[in-house]
Design a protein around this ligand. Structure first.
Ligand SMILES: [Cu+2]
Length: 66
């Protein structure tokens, strides 16, 4: 299991948190959003999902991984 913390711009409320965490869950990633810190901590299985796919899932929801 790998962990990464991504800096994500554009999340502003509980709805954003849910959107990001749900999108991550759909690709088998456990994500935790720190709204105030503009960070998303992800736990993932490196053999199953790439960090690029995780970033893409967040960006697909309309947020910017910086
Ligand atoms: Cu929001």
């Amino acid at each position: 299991m790998a962990n990464a913390v991504l800096n994500v711009e554009g999340m502003s409320c509980g709805h954003c948190v849910n959107s990001v965490e749900k999108a991550l869950g759909e690709i088998g990633v456990s994500g935790k959003v720190d709204l105030a810190g503009k960070k998303v901590s992800v736990d993932y299985e490196e053999s199953k999902v790439t960090i690029e796919a995780i970033k893409a899932a967040i960006e697909d929801q309309g947020y910017d991984v910086v």
